[in-house]
Design a protein around this ligand. Structure first.
Ligand SMILES: C[S@@+](CC[C@H](N)C(=O)[O-])C[C@H]1O[C@@H](n2cnc3c(N)ncnc32)[C@H](O)[C@@H]1O
Length: 212
């Protein structure tokens, strides 16, 4: 099992046991297998690019966050990028629906700030309260709102809006714009940016929860 490198946070990371290029290739293969298992759920054939990871880190202001939630971590490339950018006293909860991805994340990311739950992002509220975690400053989502049943998308959107702390950020990266029609009724108008250095290019939507 690949142990993912989480640099820059002494005392948190396990040493990687494979070269970065080989680890990346293996992640891509695992990701592709996930897509073949369930194309509509995984929504993409390869993991997010480094450029997209860095755009997400900036849009969600990960460096300033104390509590971060990731919906749909997949094979964990985005997760590791968030952990590298996070403060040493911050926490990251990831929620993944695919059993194999969940097992892999659980076994490969050795970082005291990281925890992962198996289940749907609809259960966000429940997962946070069971672990007595504080209201998130940032929630980042790669789950495919365009292919999920509308009622699931709505439950995820309302849950995100409810748990986010006032002033907190919700960042969703998507090929299509469906996410906007589910989240905007709760959080208002998003900022929209394209990340073209990604296969395929994606839109990055950012909402900031009003303070009042
Ligand atoms: C496009 S992939 C993103 C993976 C990774 N974050 C990346 O950027 O490379 C979407 C991920 O969301 C997961 N997913 C889909 N629906 C979900 C749901 N309702 N709750 C939690 N995870 C979900 C899929 O299993 C998949 O791992």
């Amino acid at each position: 099992m690949n142990q993912q490198r989480v640099e820059g946070q002494a005392g948190h990371a396990a040493a990687p046991c494979v070269s970065p290029a080989f680890g990346q290739l293996r992640d891509s293969f695992q990701f592709l297998r996930g897509f073949v298992r369930n194309p509509a759920q995984v929504g993409s054939v390869i993991p997010s690019s480094r450029q997209l990871e860095q755009r997400l880190v900036r849009s969600a202001r990960i460096g300033d966050a104390r509590m971060v939630v990731e919906l749909g971590p997949g094979t964990g490339g985005t997760t590791s990028a968030f952990l590298r950018a996070m403060a040493s006293n911050a926490q990251l909860l990831a929620i993944e629906l695919d059993t194999e991805f969940h097992q892999r994340l659980h076994a490969s990311i050795r970082d005291a700030r990281f925890s992962v739950e198996l289940g749907s992002a609809e259960r966000l509220d429940e997962f946070l309260s069971a672990r007595r975690l504080p209201a998130p400053d940032a929630i980042i989502s790669g789950i495919p709102f365009s292919t999920m049943p509308a009622e699931v998308s709505d439950r995820v959107a309302s849950s995100v809006a409810r748990v986010l702390r006032p002033g907190g950020r919700f960042v969703a990266y998507q090929v299509r714009a469906h996410v906007s029609s589910f989240v905007s009724p709760y959080l208002g108008k998003p900022e929209k940016k394209w990340e073209v250095v990604n296969v395929p290019p994606v839109r990055v939507f950012t909402w900031v929860k009003p303070e009042t």
